[in-house]
Design a protein around this ligand. Structure first.
Ligand code: FAD
Length: 517
């Protein structure tokens, strides 16, 4: 039975002529050698591979393949290698926003069908061998249901693939404590650009292992990851407290992420929101944890800033300890300088807590904003620049919000292994600023253009003020921008590319390297 599916070139041509004529170059490359790969996929598959969550870039590949085992990936890479122009992009769940998982006129590998199924392994501790196309949501469900175990580090949203987030970083409120997802991997299986399948770890082919982590898909297609597991807690005390002053918010958040052991929360995040009762997306309505919980605006002083801040905390516990949890939380919140009275809390199951953004997705699908463009911008900003960033960006440029969450919370550089490819600011403490823009369904092109222009203004401002910052899930077009992004690690990045993907077949949608003719 054929395990790889291939699209008819006629289907690709139809898609191109249906509205993407400017992206039709590379079509000859699409036909070249492609017959070696298998049988046809549906036109819908090609359309899928030409789009991503950002909804701003449409780049049809020559073909979409559905590898079900590592050998299928090896075969696709070898076919591309033998051709004169074909490229190969692994597509996780297509949740990039700038075409990073696309391949113009090339081969897109839909990683979602890759097997074998997840497996528990004992290797010192307990870990899971996970196919790279698995969603983190599937890893959670499998681990908790079958073994009562789970990884320690997550993303906020779990419908992202293991290979997709490991190619970027994988950040959420656990990262201050356990590191990002890229720092929580014991082993990888990778198919490099020379068509070789390699198993690597911190002690075996370690350069490839660290290259692939945060490597933007440049050095190999990750086909399997070994993720350490710990016993999963049953419950989470989920807390939100509101601040008027950024300095107090940031000071408390920074203090919290330097706590350790029993003094530390299990999760620290936070967001800026608009001090406005009438804004249903960015205003006070964004603060309550669960439907029905009440935010008491009367507690906000009458004269206040345009932007307020909400610190989001979580503490794991098990049912039988619940009595002690109240006392412990009270003690842990006591030193914080939030506005007294503006505290919300709920006990939810661990799985429900980790699945919280999935529920927001359902709402966004219902109101149409999941399908509109998403000009998202994620930046990592040094703590030494974050107060100025707040004054310039949150309080001035974004004082009316972004139509979605504006996350801002601190992380620790020492939790990021410098041997990994991912670029982070220089300072030990830096903030993730995530501007998760949703464009209203009937807002039109002007709203999208304005959002994109604002993003440009924000990056321009970070540069002109000389902030220590990096774009997270970056998207640049020019070599100069990429060289600046990686800074002193650019030479290492280029050398790794030469070593593992010498003719630049892989992940062309990142627009870092051009395939050699
Ligand atoms: P894709 O978008 O499909 O691919 C991303 C890149 O990785 C591409 O270059 C692709 O070629 C490459 N790639 C994919 N799979 C592989 C593989 N197996 N081997 C090698 N390269 C591969 N990020 C966070 O850190 N924390 C969050 O909380 C978070 N929340 C998000 C919520 C939403 C709704 C969205 C849309 C994005 C979020 N992100 C978050 C960003 C997310 O981590 C990245 O966009 C990630 O790349 C998406 O994963 P994906 O599986 O969809 O990858």
């Amino acid at each position: 039975m054929p395990t790889i599916m291939i699209a008819y070139v006629e289907q690709r041509q139809r898609l191109v002529s249906d509205g993407d004529a400017e992206h039709s170059d590379g079509g000859d490359a699409g036909q070249e050698n492609i017959g070696a790969l298998g049988v046809a996929a549906a036109a819908g598959d090609i359309a899928l591979a030409a789009r991503d969550f950002g909804g701003m870039v449409f780049i049809p590949p020559a073909t979409l393949l559905r590898p079900s085992k590592t050998d299928d990936v090896v075969r696709a890479v070898c076919v591309a290698r033998r051709s004169s122009r074909l490229t190969v992009a692994a597509r996780g769940n297509g949740h990039s926003v700038g075409g990073q998982a696309m391949a113009r006129g090339g081969v897109v590998l839909d990683m979602r069908d890759l097997g074998p199924p997840m497996e528990l392994v004992r290797c010192g501790g307990v870990a899971a061998d996970v196919p790279a196309g698995a969603l983190w949501e599937e890893v959670l469900e499998w681990g908790v249901r079958n073994h009562g175990m789970a990884p320690t580090s997550w993303t906020d949203y779990l419908r992202l693939t293991v290979g997709g987030t490991l190619s970027n970083g994988g950040i959420s409120g656990q990262a201050f404590r356990h590191g990002p997802q890229v720092a929580n991997v014991a082993e990888l299986e990778v198919v490099t650009g020379d068509g070789e399948r390699r198993v690597c770890s911190p002690s075996l082919c370690s350069d490839l292992f660290f290259a692939a982590l945060g490597g933007l898909g440049q050095f190999g297609v990750i086909t399997r990851a070994r993720i350490p597991l710990v016993p999963a807690p049953k419950m989470v005390r989920w807390i939100r407290v509101v601040y008027k002053e950024f300095e107090e918010y940031a000071g408390d958040a920074e203090w919290l992420v330097t706590r350790a052991g029993s003094e530390a929360f299990d999760y620290v995040e936070g967001f800026a929101f608009v001090n406005d009762v009438s804004d249903p997306v960015n205003g006070w309505a964004s603060v309550p944890i669960l439907p029905g919980s009440v935010f008491e605006p009367a507690k906000i002083p009458a004269v206040s800033e345009p932007i307020l801040y909400c610190l989001e905390l979580a503490l794991h516990h098990n049912h039988r300890e619940a009595a002690g949890v109240d006392e412990r939380v009270k003690e842990m919140l006591w030193p914080l300088r939030y506005m007294r009275g503006l505290v919300l809390a709920a006990d939810v199951s661990y799985v429900d807590f980790l699945s919280r953004v999935g529920r927001a997705e359902e709402e966004a699908r219902a109101n149409g904003t999941w399908a509109t463009p998403h000009p998202w911008l994620n930046i990592l900003v040094s703590s030494s620049d974050i107060a100025d960033f707040d004054r310039t960006v949150f309080k001035r440029i974004l004082r009316r919000g972004v139509g979605g969450p504006m996350l801002v919370y601190p992380l620790l550089r020492s939790k990021w292994d410098p041997r990994m490819s991912v670029a982070v600011p220089e300072s030990e403490m830096f903030y993730l600023v995530a501007l998760l823009r949703f464009i209203a369904p009937r807002a039109g092109d002007a709203a999208l253009e304005e959002a994109v222009a604002q993003n440009r203004e924000i990056i321009g401002c970070c540069r002109s003020k000389g902030y220590d910052f990096k774009v997270y899930v970056p998207h640049y077009e020019s070599e100069a921008d990429w060289a600046r992004h990686f800074g002193r690690d650019w030479a290492r990045f280029v050398e790794r590319k030469r070593r593992y993907d010498p003719i630049a077949i892989l992940a062309p949608g990142q627009t870092i390297f051009a395939r050699a003719e």
